[in-house]
Each structure stands twice: as structure tokens, then as C-alpha cells.
Design a binder for this molecule. Sequence first.
Ligand code: SAM
Ligand code: SF4
Length: 345
Amino acid sequence: MTVLFSQRDINPAGLPRPLVDRHGRHISYLRISVTDRCDFRCVYCMAEHMEFLPRSDVLSFEEIDTIARAFIARGTRRIRLTGGEPLVRRDIIELVEKLGSYIGSGLDELTLTTNGSQLRRLAPRLAAAGVRRLNVSLDTLDEGRFRAITRRGRLAEVLDGIDAADEAGLKLKINMVAMRGVNDDEIEPMMAWAHGRGFGLTLIEGMPLGEVGIDRVDSYLPLKEMRARLAAKFTLEPTDHRSGGPARYDWVKQTNGLLGFITPMSHNFCESCNRVRLTATGQLFMCLGQEDMVDLSEVLRTHGPAALDAALDRAMQLKPKGHDFVLDRAHAAPALARHMSVTGG
Ligand code: SAM
Ligand code: SF4
């Protein structure tokens, strides 16, 4: 069995030294982007023609594992693999199996966010490696719309992948980026479909990250407005259900399911932020909406694994209080040039 904790990691009270930032927030959740590449080109996430990170800069599985262990030794309880599309990285199952072996030895949970295209092939192996929950991104149930939004994808494959994950016993949550004039008329049908199948549905406000293929101002849909529209028709009972992330959940009485809202634009949820994000090339970003980062790839490749621990402490000093996205015609340019697929959604 892998030893995750050394004596060095234990403080006098016998507890792992937690990662706490300047604002007193415990960082216990690591998101790892395993690749910035993807088989889709969703209009809100990527441009049609993307320049991807050089493969030689991308962390090896061994490097990702070393960094993950440094985090777990400091109290990280949950890891989510994301991207780009995590399941298009070659031999990704090897990494999932490795990280999955830490569940119960410091790690509580290993999850993934995926577009679902590879799930028919990989869902049983994810489940066997200890993954219990998946977030699958799906913005529409209409074939033509799906092709237009993803610019590549085939809805049938994704729906089949969702079936495969369900059959493998994985608990699913559907993530839907809500866009005015694009798919806002589908929120109710999506909710009926997801809840009918026992999946949660979480709506997300589009964030101004990177140059993409959509007018972000026109398509921006404040979810407060959407919730009010839904509340006029459905009984939305606020819950204290938390999935470790920024989503706030209602229980929808008529459809018997959870409806989540992620509102990075209209509501600042940063006070309870417990996460940091590692890019595929090893930069640790402290916030999706800010530039503050520590280059863990450089630390690891130049100074070796022992230097990671101090680098994590340095990172905690950099974590900003929050982000403040502004989106209107006067601020139509992306808040950050970095695409969501680089930092990992
Ligand atoms: N490829 C995987 C997927 O689509 O689920 C994982 C990576 S993707 C970047 C993670 C999540 O970020 C997806 O749910 C996607 O819809 C969301 N996303 C991408 N760009 C976004 C943006 N600009 N604003 C809000 N959500 C975004
Ligand atoms: Fe790929 Fe996910 Fe971005 Fe869509 S949202 S382009 S599936 S990384």
C-alpha cells in the first residue's frame, strides 16, 4: 500500500497540516486538468481553431500522481479530473486507477467531469477504479443544436455514454450551460429528462474566459432570472445539499430531483471556495477567474518532489479573495485570455 503521510506531514496534534489560505479557507479539493485537448469545440468554451499546449510540456501521469500525493498529504480529500476532455487522454484509466487507489487512504473521492463521448468504452473501468460519481456536460437534447453547440459532437454517442455510465452504477449529474436564445427553452425538458432518469441537473452561467464562438453578452442568462421563471411553475425547495462545489441546490417537487445553480457571474460564491486547479502543464491556478498561479511543473522538474510541500504553502498565500467577472457591451472582451479548457472547468 502506498504511504501517503510521512512524519513531516503530521503536526503535534497528530493531524495533517491542512492547506489554509490567507482568508482562512481550507483547501481540500483539487481539480486536475489532464489535457487541454478535446474532441468537441463547444462554442462557449473554445474557438473553432485552437492552439493546444505543447505535448512535451504536459505533465506525465507520474508527475500528476506526485503532485496529487503532495496535496493528499496536506489534507486534500477530493480530486476531480477534468480538461479539455479528460477521457480523450491516452491511457487515462491508468491515472484513474492510480489515484483511485488512494481512496480511503486520505482521499475521500475521485470524480470526473466529462462530455460523455467516451463513456460507452470507459465507464465500467472508471467504476472499477473507484469512481462513484460523474458530471456529464450536456446542453441540449436536440441533435442539430447539439452539433451546433459542440461543433463536432454526436448526441447519440453522448446519450449512449450516459446509459453506459448509468449501467455501470455511476451516479450522474448533468451540467448545462444556460444560454439565452440558444438553449434556455430547453431547461424544463432537460430537467424532466434528467430527473426522470434519477440524475441531478445543474445550470451554469457562461463565464467570459477566452475568445470563443459565441456572443457572450447576448447569450448571458442570469440564473437568478431563470430560477424565478421556474419558481413560477414548479415548487423549488431550497436544500442544504452540497456537492463540495459552488452550486446551490433546490429540490424540485414535481419532478423529484435536484436542480443546481452555479452563478459565477451574478453571485459571488468565493467566500466558501475550497479548491485550486492544476493545468495539464502543471500550473496551479488559485482561482478560475484570476491569474495568480504557482508553476508546480517547474518546482517538480527543477527541485524534485520534496520541494512541492513548500510550494503549496506559497500557493496558499496567493489565493485571491474572489473573482469579479463583468460582462456587458463595454466589457465584451474576455475577462481572461485563458480558455476554460486550460484551467479545467
Ligand atoms: N470536457 C469536459 C466537459 O465538457 O464536461 C470537461 C471540461 S469542461 C471545460 C468543464 C465544464 O466547464 C463543462 O461543464 C462546460 O460546460 C463548462 N464550461 C466550459 N466553458 C465555460 C464557460 N466559458 N463558462 C461556463 N462554463 C463553461
Ligand atoms: Fe470540450 Fe468540455 Fe470545452 Fe466542450 S466544454 S469544448 S467538451 S472541454
